[in-house]
Design a protein around this ligand. Structure first.
Ligand SMILES: Nc1ncnc2c1ncn2[C@@H]1O[C@H](COP(=O)(O)OP(=O)(O)OP(=O)(O)O)[C@@H](O)[C@H]1O
Ligand SMILES: [Mg+2]
Length: 345
């Protein structure tokens, strides 16, 4: 990606359109939107009924003619029209008017490092629809690394792992650029899905994906290692009778059920390390891995990585908003006086 810090400093707002959440940073104001990337649409009239948290609460509770849609999937805007309308509503009238008053509105957005041209275009089109005359794209990995205060511009290796809802990106960065990186389509949603499938197979219980959090919390304590509570009670719907039922779920079995997605993440880390020059791997042994993204908060995930890689593993202070904060830091020109311009490579 060839965008310079100078160009980013001219942007008025920045958007991180995620599969789970949308964040908007406005220069001079800060993070103004952090809401689910969800919209509820009336299919008869095409009207937007709700966006963000309100729309998410409607999931699974709407009559036929109201559809709850997610315009972003797997890091790509799949419905540009709904994404634009959702963003307009999330920004609110006041903020939108303030942005529209700018003579040549410029926007920045983050995109996965390996996003194809179509995916990039979809993100750009979405922001052009919001009135932006020019849109700069920044790698999510770089934005997130800047957002959690990693010294990306130095000639030392830093390893970052962005654990999103739909995907996980792992990379080694040095001198402001990506040295090696990998992206797998496994994230928080895959973990939730694995738990839902486990309950269905083992307990014949149906549960919406958004209700698995209590089970994830049971994995905390000593992380994904077998010292947390032995079982947890959970309420759902019986697959056969359709009636409400509660069961006690064995925590160790849940831990096993989510091994598949977590192993995919470990494989990805292994791949990035194998592709990385040896000098940089030596740096990484001391500095370890920085986890960002909402799924970094999955209880015990860091502990599991620590055990598997034998490297130090850190979770960023606000992992979920790191990418948006990083874009914000670039817009405000708050990045350390740079030896090199990390983005002009
Ligand atoms: N406390 C938590 N414990 C476990 N998982 C969490 C927690 N908080 C958020 N998550 C998970 O993090 C994911 C959202 O992370 P994030 O906001 O980084 O995603 P996103 O940026 O929208 O997605 P992507 O980057 O993949 O497009 C969801 O899958 C959510 O379940
Ligand atoms: Mg994200």
């Amino acid at each position: 990606m060839t965008v310079s810090l100078e160009q980013l400093r001219r942007c008025h707002f920045a958007v991180d359109l995620g599969a789970a959440r949308t964040r908007v940073y406005v220069r001079g104001t800060g993070l103004v939107v952090d809401q689910p990337s969800v919209a509820a649409v009336n299919t008869r009239t095409g009207a937007l009924i709700a966006v963000g948290e309100f729309a998410e609460r409607m999931t699974g509770r709407t009559p036929d003619y109201i559809k709850v849609v997610r315009p972003v999937s797997g890091g790509t805007v799949v419905d540009i029209d709904v994404a634009q309308r959702m963003l307009r509503h999330l920004l609110g009238d006041k903020m939108r008017r303030a942005l529209r008053r700018k003579p040549r509105l410029r926007a920045a957005a983050c995109a996965p490092h390996d996003a194809d041209p179509l995916a990039r275009r979809a993100t750009i089109e979405t922001l052009v629809g919001l009135g932006a005359r020019r849109v700069e794209l920044v790698d999510t990995l770089i934005a997130a690394a800047v957002g959690c205060g990693m010294p990306v511009e130095r000639p030392e290796a830093t390893m970052i792992m962005v654990c999103g809802a739909a995907a996980t990106e792992v990379a080694v960065l040095s001198m402001g650029s990506i040295v090696t990186a990998d992206r797998i389509p496994v994230g928080g949603e895959a973990v939730d899905h694995a738990i839902v499938q486990h309950l269905r197979h083992t307990h014949e219980l149906m549960l919406p994906a958004q209700s698995v959090r209590p089970l994830q919390l049971a994995l905390s304590g000593n992380g994904l290692t077998p010292n947390g509570p032995a079982s947890t009670e959970i309420h759902g719907r019986d697959v056969a009778t359709g009636l409400a039922r509660s069961v006690r779920v064995d925590t160790a079995a849940v831990r096993d059920a989510i091994q598949t997605p977590l192993t995919a993440v470990l494989d990805s880390i292994g791949k990035v390390l194998r592709d990385c020059p040896p000098d940089l791997v030596a740096d990484l042994a001391d500095r370890g891995i920085m986890m960002v993204g909402g799924s970094a908060l999955l209880p015990g995930f860091d502990q599991m990585l620590r055990q598997a890689t034998r490297m130090p593993v850190h979770i960023a202070e606000r992992p979920d908003v790191c990418a948006a904060q990083g874009l914000g830091a670039m817009l405000e020109g708050r990045i350390e006086p740079l030896v090199l311009d990390p983005l002009a490579a």
